[in-house]
Design a protein around this ligand. Structure first.
Ligand SMILES: Nc1ncnc2c1ncn2[C@@H]1O[C@H](COP(=O)(O)OP(=O)(O)OP(=O)(O)O)[C@@H](O)[C@H]1O
Ligand SMILES: [Mg+2]
Length: 309
């Protein structure tokens, strides 16, 4: 089982879309996928379940907020098995196409934004040792919880991270074996990639230094799978010149990169969440749609090799 965070500080670069489509394509190939939505915007959640269902059934006790609420109130966190659901539309669809794969989901909550503030109050301590132990408690629990619930049940756990570097995001990174960085090929995104990569390195160094104090805490060493470019505008079979320039610049950062990409297509990508079925799984009727789906398939081929799934 691989635990993979999909992350970028920058908002709106396609993290959630990439996460949902990897999940769809892997499940179509027979894999058991667990999705963990760690973003208070809950876009991944609403890509698989309706707002009504979330309101009536999940909101109060079945989201990742319940997990972090327990920690911030000083209790043992609830088991992730109690938070996990099987979204109906996508799993029915997978059955219809004859796949033995599945997509399970741990939903997010719009109130997750406040959880960070509550967790932050647990940091610090009467002395340095206590402060380090509190740091481990606040940042390091998710890995244990994912492993004890998901090992043996799932082939891959994909964590959709929010566009920030708060405590909840840090929990996801520390829990991860690997990270995937979706990015748009533009000036600010290119700057942000290098900074993100260095911040992840800094976080894990700090965590591992503190973890050395407590034998029961596993060290964290997430490997960067690479940058995948999204919203590529195609001209004459390749990215337009201005985007090509930023792709080349990113290549010089010496951070791994994917050769495959997601092209820009607002109408195809925008309508998928409402249907609860990722683009990768949809029946397509015209040339552009089939190009988009084929490119996602090619990306997932590369992803599977790089991630060793
Ligand atoms: N390849 C694409 N082509 C066109 N539109 C896209 C593409 N990928 C994503 N979008 C659209 O861009 C918007 C942002 O995408 P998405 O929610 O996946 O980004 P995000 O990085 O997860 O955002 P956030 O930082 O807010 O979580 C959405 O409206 C989505 O439908
Ligand atoms: Mg998102």
């Amino acid at each position: 089982m691989k635990i993979i965070s999909v992350i970028n500080y920058k908002g709106g670069v396609g993290k959630t879309t990439v996460t949902a489509n990897i999940a769809g394509e892997l499940a179509a190939r027979g894999k058991k996928v667990l999705l963990l939505d760690m973003d208070a915007q809950a876009s991944l959640t609403f890509s698989f379940v309706s707002p009504d269902y979330w309101n009536n059934t999940l909101k109060d006790n079945h989201t990742i907020k319940s997990y972090f609420d327990n920690i911030s109130q000083g209790y043992a966190p609830v088991s992730l098995s109690q938070l996990t659901i099987q979204p109906t539309n996508v799993n029915n669809y997978l059955r219809q196409i004859g796949s033995h794969g599945s997509i399970d989901l741990i939903s997010s909550h719009l109130g997750l934004i406040n959880v960070d503030l509550e967790l932050a109050t647990l940091l610090g301590g009467a002395n340095m040792n206590q402060a380090k132990l509190n740091y481990l408690k606040v940042h390091g629990r998710l890995r244990e919880s994912i492993e004890s619930f998901a090992s043996g049940r799932y082939d891959v756990v994909l964590i959709d991270c929010p566009p920030n570097f708060n405590i909840v995001t840090k929990n996801a990174l520390i829990a991860s074996d690997q990270i995937l960085i979706p990015a748009k090929p533009d000036y600010l995104s290119t700057l942000g990639i290098d900074y993100l990569h260095r911040s992840v390195g800094q976080l894990t160094r700090e965590f591992n230094q503190f973890a050395a104090m407590d034998q029961s805490v596993q060290h964290s060493n997430p490997m960067t799978l690479g940058v995948v470019f999204t919203m590529i505008q195609i001209y004459a079979g390749g990215p337009i010149g201005s985007q090509q320039q930023f792709i080349s610049q990113t290549r010089r950062l010496s951070i791994p990169m994917f050769e495959t990409y997601f092209r820009e297509n607002k109408s195809i990508f925008a309508s998928a969440p409402q249907d609860g079925i990722p683009v990768a799984l949809q029946q397509y009727s015209n040339g552009t749609h089939s190009d988009v789906v084929n490119e996602i398939t090619a990306f997932v081929n590369e992803f599977v090799i790089k991630a060793g799934i």
